[in-house]
Design a protein around this ligand. Sequence first.
Ligand SMILES: [Fe+2]
Length: 212
Amino acid sequence: MALVRIRGGNQGTWTGRDIALWDTHDIIDLLQEQNGVRYGTWDSKRLPQELRGKATLTDEQKSVILDVYSREIDEAKKEGGYVAADVVALAPDNPKLDEICAKFDKEHTHDEDEVRFVVSGHGTFTVRGLKDEAIDITMGPGDYISVPRDRRHWFTLLADKTIVAVRVFQDTKGWTPHYAGTGTGPTEISPAELESAFGKEVVQPVSQKKGG
Ligand SMILES: [Fe+2]
């Protein structure tokens, strides 16, 4: 289940007067009407137990994930005219994690839709709305999103610094970021709200976790 928060202002500073949405149907309606962004949920319980929360994956395990969600992937391909799918995994043990994240945490567009289904971990897509508001869509396992091409957005990890996602696409070259706008940085959602939506791991920095 995602948590969506709409922030006003160019930098999207949370004012406490804006709105937060938790209900799936409200989220679908809002994103479709205001933004042309598609949101949905896939059944995260279908993921084999041993792969849940696991962010360091073999090619074989990535294939298992693609097999488990083959029906949803085919539907997404049909709906958006996409031709391929793969699995991307980011975890704190990736020596290039900061470098990779720095590429996508500033406001940008792509030449094709950005389609992601979160298998494990968490992340926030902040999408620029029609009135220049910042719409934070914080996602966890089971959440699916499609951000249309040329739509300004940026992406930040949460404190768990982990995300495993299925990507559905036409051409990986389409993900070259074209920087536009001034938006950057993580969501302003409070730790308490994040914890109640997604659990403790999203608010506890990885370095402070017991046992690494
Ligand atoms: Fe992007």
